[in-house]
Design a protein around this ligand. Structure first.
Ligand code: PLP
Length: 305
């Protein structure tokens, strides 16, 4: 259950949680054309709270909307301010923030002439998405029978609501089979990403991550690449196969929700020695310090409340 808060921001106003409703003929509910973001706010070591990489998330929300030809009726500044306000109004010190841009009711059918674009922003307390134990010990992953969206089907650079049917199918299949998360391959058979996470592997000290072409261009992925490069590591954005993953020394998922979650097993084969390796642990450590304002070199990633 989502932990309820007092207010949700809807179309420019703060409304009570129980009043943040939409009509059953809301277009996005029927056809899936809507875009969203997932953002985290962390409580820092000094007691203040910060929103991690707010600008990049708001920019991506607008890019997703642009890809989907949806004109957001607010400016980037207004949306950024609303994100900070929803945390302040609800007195949230740590939270997951979910802005969504959707088409309202009034018209039906695939083609809508007068798009009524609506925006809502909710925030609630949400712990480790793949579990605290997953963050500590690593998770078990299954290569999915479902293929990741092709770049020319739903496209990959937008967090489009409807694209998550693919993610849900894959994740359900993996969970029902007894695993923690699904790993999807792209339409050529190379490793793509998890149902909502990008993937990294480490072999002989070299780090690889999937090229941006077949994946959602993750902001955590970007942060991790920067952290690794600052540690003197080489990060190659290069396609790799599932057997390259099986034989990697280390693997981990990255995402705002999943943060940095090591992968200890893929398709019943242990990755490395079956527990989080040194590179994964180091990146986790720096990342979790950075989001709490304890890594001064990354302080420009933080927007304090
Ligand atoms: C949101 C998402 C990610 C992770 O992106 P972040 O910006 O790191 O949160 C990765 N893959 C998919 C499919 C996603 O939806």
């Amino acid at each position: 259950m989502i932990q309820q808060v007092e207010k949700i921001w809807m179309d420019g106003k703060f409304v009570n949680w129980k009043d943040a409703n939409i009509h059953v003929l809301t277009h996005t509910l029927h056809y899936g054309l809507g875009v969203f973001e997932g953002i985290r706010c962390y409580k820092c070591a000094d007691g203040r709270s910060e929103v991690f990489r707010l600008k990049e998330h708001v920019d991506r929300l607008f890019e997703s909307a642009h890809i989907c030809q949806m004109d957001i009726p607010f400016s980037r500044e207004e949306i950024s301010e609303a994100i900070l306000e929803i945390l302040r109004v609800n007195k949230l010190e740590e939270a997951y923030i979910r802005p969504i841009v959707f088409i309202g009711d009034g018209e039906m059918g695939i083609y809508v002439k007068n798009y009524d674009i609506r925006v809502a922003i909710a925030a609630w307390a949400w712990g480790a998405y793949l579990g605290d134990e997953g963050i500590q010990r690593g998770i078990r992953v299954k290569v999915s029978s479902f293929t990741r969206q092709h770049v020319n089907i739903s496209m990959t650079k937008s967090k489009t609501c409807g694209s998550y049917v693919n993610s849900i199918m894959a994740k359900r299949e993996a969970i029902l089979a007894g695993y923690d998360e699904a790993l999807l391959l792209d339409n050529e058979g190379y490793v793509s990403e998890g149902s909502g996470e990008n993937i990294f592997i480490v072999k002989n000290g070299v780090v690889k991550t999937t090229p941006r072409s077949s994946v959602l261009s993750g902001i955590t992925r970007d942060s991790v690449i920067q952290i690794l490069e600052d540690q003197g590591k080489t990060v190659k954005e290069e396609s790799f196969t599932r057997d390259e993953l099986y034989t990697a020394d280390e693997a981990f998922f990255t995402g705002t929700a999943a943060e940095i979650t090591p992968i200890r097993e893929v398709d019943d084969r242990s990755v490395g020695n079956g527990s989080p390796g040194p590179v994964s642990k180091k990146v986790q450590e720096i990342y979790f310090r950075a989001v709490k304002g304890e890594e001064p070199r990354y302080n420009d990633w933080l927007s304090y409340l």
